[in-house]
Design a protein around this ligand. Structure first.
Ligand SMILES: [Zn+2]
Ligand SMILES: [Zn+2]
Length: 511
């Protein structure tokens, strides 16, 4: 929105006040022949028949406001209407969030996400001003990339904190509305729709896809056609076959029952929460591929017969140590990060922990689930000088999607991961020219602060003969890797210097 308003030579606030004042003025001068016109905040394009005006048609203040925006910004009336509605919604309910747009911190699509996630908070609810202030404060203080998913999680977390009942009711209402609908389409087809709990849809979709993909490569159907046929076979318990018509068909199509049984054990939906929440405390959970859920939803999932509850810390491994957090009095518990036989490979618990902490791919802008990501050693191992190389520790590992992982490995960018002065985990991406881009503004540590108290570190006694992680297929190190090590060291040193300068600046002035 900012760009659009700026293009028109107006700040957002200016434009808004202009349009609003104008709207109000027009309403008054227009004689307000309709109750709709009397509400200047509803800026909709409306042509209304009134008692006065040219030819019996009154152009309402709403209309004029929208037309003004449309003509100024070369938008269609519909686009202008949406823009004006958004602007008024923000101005009325989330003025501090709106200011982040003016200050160039957020962009229009991000505000749209925030508006949509707060839309169900009742108008003039007592929590709205607090919510507005907290969202704005988070956007201002946590620099870095806000993807749609991270922003959604952040707003949902705050909404749940302030009005957990609202979210519970919303979920109950949504679930109560589940059902199945059949809709007749043209030409002898029909559409089948089922609305159910999101986790059930995940399982059902997986079952359909597993069966649909069991054909051989000579099957002539499209993916959509196969999915449709497989879904029917699963619902009716009938046979699904490969349609290649070849003698040498290699397809091993399972029976529908077998697919369902296999999928039930195969589909893993990762849910992250605190032990206290499982025990009944009011907080939140986070579902991979879905986002933040209420405590009640967490407990419903936990009591499903197919649920497995695993602690984040390894059950049978004793911690190797504890350390005091520099920035707080919290104690950090340390577990072994790498496998004794292969120091470059993280332990299962360490790998799970890093994925849980990151939640999503750590590339700025990427929303791929961390659970389908590779784990990357942010500082690569240094074969020449293993002591200088990257350790297999939770602090040096992060989740990267396959593309991000390959781009890092083969490209000339370097990335850094470190704790800032407040103990927050920060990632940074440095372009080949040395321009630095902040990584994600939040991790799941912001949702579950207890995660900050867990670390996985490479045991000191592990032999210093790191092997490159595969998978997980990173190519062997070469000169490029050596050059990256040098650049990363330079960037880290620069970070350190900047931090020292900041600290000096923070010291009280000498008077
Ligand atoms: Zn076949
Ligand atoms: Zn990615």
């Amino acid at each position: 929105m900012s760009d659009l308003w700026m293009d028109a030579g107006l700040s957002t606030a200016d434009a808004l006040s202009v349009t609003k004042k104008r709207s109000r003025a027009r309403c008054r001068s227009g004689g307000a022949t309709s109750t709709e016109v009397a509400d200047p905040d509803r800026c909709r394009v409306r042509l209304q028949f009134g008692e006065s005006g040219c030819g019996g048609i009154v152009v309402s203040g709403d209309t004029d406001c929208v037309i003004r925006v449309a003509r100024q910004l070369s938008l269609t009336r519909r686009q202008a209407e949406i823009l004006v509605d958004e602007a008024i919604g923000l101005r009325e309910s989330l003025p501090e969030v709106l200011d982040t747009l003016r200050d160039g911190i957020t962009t229009r699509w991000q505000l749209q996400v925030i508006l949509s996630r707060t839309a169900l908070v009742p108008y003039e609810s007592s929590i709205t001003p607090t919510l507005d202030a907290e969202i704005a404060a988070t956007l201002r203080s946590k620099k870095g990339s806000w993807t749609r998913a991270r922003l959604r999680d952040e707003v949902d977390r705050l909404v749940i904190r302030h009005d957990p009942d609202l979210v519970r009711e919303r979920r109950k209402e949504a679930l109560d509305n589940r059902g199945m609908w059949a809709h007749t389409l043209d030409d002898g087809t029909a559409e089948l729709t089922g609305v159910m709990a999101a986790e059930n849809v995940r399982i059902a979709v997986k079952a359909v896809r597993v069966l649909a993909d069991s054909v051989c490569k000579h099957d002539g159907r499209t993916v959509g056609q196969r999915n449709s046929d497989a879904m029917f076979a699963l619902l009716t318990g009938t046979v699904f076959e490969c349609l290649c018509d070849r003698e040498d068909c290699t397809a091993e199509v399972p029976e529908p029952d077998a697919v369902v049984a296999a999928v039930r054990s195969e589909v893993v939906i990762h849910v992250v929460t605190d032990q206290a929440t499982l025990n009944g405390a009011p907080w939140i959970g986070w579902v991979d591929g879905h986002g933040v859920i209420s405590d009640e939803h967490v407990r419903d999932l936990a009591t499903r017969p197919d649920a497995t509850i695993t602690p984040v810390t390894p059950a049978r491994t004793a911690p190797t140590g504890v350390a005091a957090e520099t920035s707080s009095s919290d104690v950090v518990v340390i577990f072994p990060g790498s496998q004794p036989s292969d120091p470059y490979r993280p332990t299962t618990a360490c790998a799970d922990f890093v994925r849980i902490r990151d939640g999503y791919c750590t590339e700025p802008g990427c929303e791929k689930s961390a659970f389908s990501c590779d784990l990357d050693h942010v500082t690569e191992c240094d074969r020449q000088r293993p002591t200088r190389g990257g350790l297999t520790s939770s602090e040096n590992l992060n989740a990267k999607c396959r593309f991000g992982h390959l781009h890092k490995t083969f490209g000339d960018w370097v990335d850094l991961q470190y704790r800032d002065d407040d103990g927050r985990l920060v990632t940074e991406y440095v372009t080949p020219e040395g321009y630095r881009i902040r990584g994600d503004a939040e991790t799941l540590e912001d949702l579950f602060p207890n995660l900050r108290r867990i670390r996985f570190e490479q045991p000191a006694q592990a032999p210093p003969t790191p092997r490159v992680i595969t998978g997980d297929d990173t190519p062997p190190p070469n000169n490029r890797t050596a050059a990256k090590h040098a650049r990363r060291r330079a960037e880290s040193a620069r970070n350190q210097r900047e931090r020292e300068l900041r600290e000096q600046a923070d010291e009280p002035a000498p008077f």
